[in-house]
Write a protein that binds this ligand. Structure first.
Ligand code: SAM
Length: 272
């Protein structure tokens, strides 16, 4: 079950775009390290395609670290959040990443962060293998939250509630599934496809903030739930949280990371 592009335009509207950096933004000392990691993986002066560039959370520090980035996004509102923060080496294109117009070998690297759960990931990954030159890299990045933390416990309870309450549910393809898809399509996993840590940090989060993130569908997995199911799941999750934490607003330290899987585009890729 993947939302259609029409629904996306509704979801990544002004409300989301304005809140996005507040909810998902990296701390100021973390962003540059993510940019340096990505620019370093792509190579000096690399031409990098970021699909689903959003508000530039990843693209801006990548450009600052020396990358030359083309960012594509369907949502005018998300792109508008970048207005005034453009840089000479950042080109923005409004368009659908499942129908990209770029020629073969146009890029040295491609980057996908928190976007492939919203689209037919196999179609996009196959196209990235065509657009990135042989020897270039594809980076699948994501924000990681310690599964052993209270936030991880809430995530587990969320999943359990969905499994219990949904008649059938098709969770978006997770990080492991994407690694498998890209391997099957002919990408060469570096580090055996194991996720690498670009940067680790600690933030203080409260149970209420995590609950609100799930409720507002900021979370990739709650994104796919129909409204009525999400309401029932949230009522169970609110009860779980009330049972476990007497003060939902008190904050707890949570270990976080930006992690990535790295793929190289082979010389003999299919259709290459
Ligand atoms: C969760 S945000 C991630 C943004 C950015 N990659 C980040 O990590 O901050 C997902 C983005 O993907 C975009 N998106 C979703 N489906 C898309 C599509 N079919 N074509 C282009 N952009 C799309 C949305 O508009 C949104 O900006």
């Amino acid at each position: 079950m993947h939302p259609s592009s029409d629904r996306l335009d509704y979801r990544f509207d002004d409300r989301v775009a304005v809140q996005y950096d507040a909810l998902r933004g990296h701390p100021p000392e973390v962003s540059p390290r993510i940019g340096e990691a990505i620019a370093g993986l792509a190579g000096s002066g690399a031409r990098i395609l970021e699909v689903g560039v959003g508000t530039g959370r990843i693209a801006l520090p990548t450009v600052s670290a020396g990358g030359d980035v083309v960012g594509v996004d369907l949502s005018a509102e998300m792109l508008r959040a970048l207005a005034g923060r453009e840089q000479p080496n950042l080109a923005l294109v409004r368009g659908d990443i499942t129908r990209l117009p770029f020629c073969s070998n146009a890029f040295d690297a491609a980057v996908c962060v928190h976007v492939l759960h919203l689209v037919d990931s196999r179609t996009v990954l196959a196209d990235l293998l065509r657009m990135v030159r042989p020897g270039g890299v594809i980076v699948l990045g994501r924000d990681w939250v310690d599964p052993a933390s209270f936030a991880g416990a809430l995530r587990n309870a969320f999943r359990q509630a969905v499994v219990d309450l949904a008649e059938s549910i098709d969770f978006p393809t997770g990080a492991r599934g994407l690694v498998q898809q890209l391997s099957e399509l002919g990408g060469e996993p570096v580090y055996n496809g194991e996720e690498q840590v670009a940067v680790e940090w600690q933030t203080a989060l409260s149970p209420r903030q995590v609950l609100d993130g799930i409720r507002s569908r900021d979370d990739a997995e709650s994104w796919v739930l129909p409204d009525d199911l999400l309401t029932r799941v949230m009522s169970r999750l609110d009860a779980f949280a009330a049972d476990h934490w007497s003060d939902l607003d008190s904050t707890h330290g949570v270990r976080r990371r930006f992690v990535y899987s790295l793929f190289r585009v082979p010389d003999n890729r299919p259709g290459g």
